[in-house]
Write a protein that binds this ligand. Structure first.
Ligand code: ZN
Ligand code: ZN
Length: 126
């Protein structure tokens, strides 16, 4: 499979039993359906996002991306809690693509927010 943005090869590796594909050139990360959800439950999963944030920003501006698996146009989605994070979503195979730096951004903040909520609940029950 090739990167839908820069057409370089993906490298596949496993992080905590979840298979991840990362582009060897632009650092974008490809998740098959539900892989992202599984990974987001793991603290520290943002470590897989080693790409250059500035490169990711550049590729984030690219429009009309086709899914490398099903050749259909991917939809541009914004994260429901963090609107500044935009990623590509395939409506057919439900895969997602994050530019370099985006998954890190998403996971770090999501974890921080979840922790804050836990503390709020803990304080309110005291
Ligand atoms: Zn790429
Ligand atoms: Zn697809």
């Amino acid at each position: 499979m090739r990167c839908p943005k820069c057409e370089s090869e993906f490298e596949t590796f496993t992080y905590e039993n979840v298979e991840v594909d990362r582009c060897t050139s632009c650092g974008g990360i490809w998740f098959d359906a539900l892989e992202k959800e599984n990974l987001m439950l793991i603290q520290g999963a943002e470590r897989i996002d080693i790409g250059d944030k500035r490169v990711g920003k550049k590729y984030n501006e690219m429009q009309d991306i086709n899914c490398p698996k099903c050749e259909v146009k991917m939809l541009r989605m914004a994260d429901k809690t963090q609107f500044h994070i935009e990623y590509e979503f395939c409506p057919t195979c439900l895969s997602t693509f994050f530019d370099a730096g985006e998954f890190k951004d998403l996971n770090e903040l999501t974890f921080g927010e979840r922790f804050k909520k836990m503390v709020d609940i803990w304080l309110s029950v005291r």
